[in-house]
Design a protein around this ligand. Structure first.
Ligand code: AN7
Length: 358
């Protein structure tokens, strides 16, 4: 069977009609990988799964929302699209706009986005403006521009983005045959937690699942406005994707947390790097640092005995899904900095054998 992307698969749940010109790169349908090492590490009769969103066409979950936002922009015949971005939104917007033949404008914080993402926005032909400010400044400007000009905002404030991104939760439920017990994910501008929660609720209403997961969101310690209860003027974290001090969907994230009986907490950069290394070296899954925040959160909660304190409602092992939002190749510099440069060795047999211990 041919797979034709999230709009084709889930159109019944999306704001599209026969008149919508579907702009798709066959996003979605990403693997839900059993995390054997992490499941064993937790050792609490739990099953941990990794939803590897880095395998979307532009390497992040943003493509799920962008296919809907760009298709609707085409249907509504807008002239151009614009976004502020910590990188992945710009990569995705640039790619889908290229396919649609739309002009794309991208506002990024100068010097603060990973190289892979910058290269994508540039090569797909977006007009890329590197602003002397952070993400929050860029988003404010993008909103001001779209308020006054016929340019469509394709940040997650655009409801079509949320609609598309909710397909992530549909896929998890379709794969497991039920909702997971817990879903762990990074939180930046808070669009994705909003989208996943909306998706789970809609699937329950449609009778596809019988219960809802607890939503467990994690911010980076230096960029944790929701946890601290106030906006952060100068957010800091090496997980540049979630370096956001004033999330647009703040209220919706709190709603997802509270309605689901979950939590939003924070993890340090050291904890993020620890999880980043475990994912790559034990699970074989390379993600960007922001995505590792979900596994860092999982490990933090495990240390606090969060999962063992939860009553076991059934005989089945509770299932935890960690959303891995972006591919590791987005930010190769970080991987090399985290480990070390390869050792230089003479090109002769003796030298190589000596190094590898034979
Ligand atoms: C890999 O690209 O905000 O909480 O401008 O790239 O929905 O913002 C990216 C966010 C998590 C946080 N993981 O998701 C952008 C941008 C990765 C990301 C998030 C982002 P939201």
């Amino acid at each position: 069977m041919h797979y034709n992307g999230v709009i084709d698969r889930y159109k019944k749940y999306l704001p599209v009609s026969d008149k919508t010109p579907v702009i798709s790169l066959k996003e979605g349908n990403t693997p839900l990988i059993p995390a054997l090492y992490l499941s064993k590490l937790l050792g609490e009769d739990l099953e941990v799964y990794l939803k590897y969103e880095g395998l979307n066409p532009t390497g992040s979950f943003k493509d799920r929302g962008m296919t809907v936002a760009i298709s609707k922009a085409c249907e509504e015949k807008v002239e151009a699209v614009i976004c502020a971005s910590t990188g992945n939104t710009s990569a995705s917007a640039a790619a889908y706009a290229a396919k649609a033949g739309l002009k794309c404008i991208v506002l990024i914080p100068r010097g603060a986005i990973a190289l892979g993402k910058l290269s994508q926005a540039l090569i797909h032909g977006a007009v890329v403006l590197a602003l002397d400010g952070n993400f929050d400044d860029a988003l404010k400007l993008a909103r001001e521009i779209t308020d006054k000009h016929p340019i469509r905002l394709v940040n997650s404030l655009n409801p079509h983005r949320i609609e598309g991104q909710k397909t992530g939760s549909f896929e998890i439920c379709d794969c497991l045959g039920e909702a997971p017990d817990f879903q762990v994910m990074p939180v930046g501008n808070a669009g994705n937690i909003t989208a996943y929660w909306k998706g789970y609720k809609e699937y329950k209403d449609a009778g596809k699942i019988s219960r809802l997961p607890k939503m467990l969101g994690f911010q980076a310690e230096g960029a944790a406005p929701i946890v601290r209860g106030h906006a952060i003027e100068k957010p800091q974290t090496l997980a540049t994707a979630i370096r956001i001090g004033n999330p647009a969907s703040w209220k919706m994230a709190e709603q997802a947390r509270d309605e689901s009986g979950g939590l939003i907490d924070m993890v340090s950069d050291d904890e993020i790097i620890e999880a980043y290394k475990i994912l790559a070296s034990k699970e074989g899954v390379f993600v960007e640092p922001a995505s590792a925040a979900s596994v860092a959160g999982l490990l933090k909660l495990h240390k606090q005995k969060y999962f063992s304190l939860k009553p076991k409602t059934q005989n089945l092992k509770p299932k935890i899904v960690c959303i891995l939002t972006g591919h590791g190749l987005k930010d190769p510099d970080r991987a090399i900095k985290t480990i070390k440069e390869p050792k230089a060795v003479k090109a002769n047999l003796k030298a190589v054998l000596k190094e590898i211990g034979y």
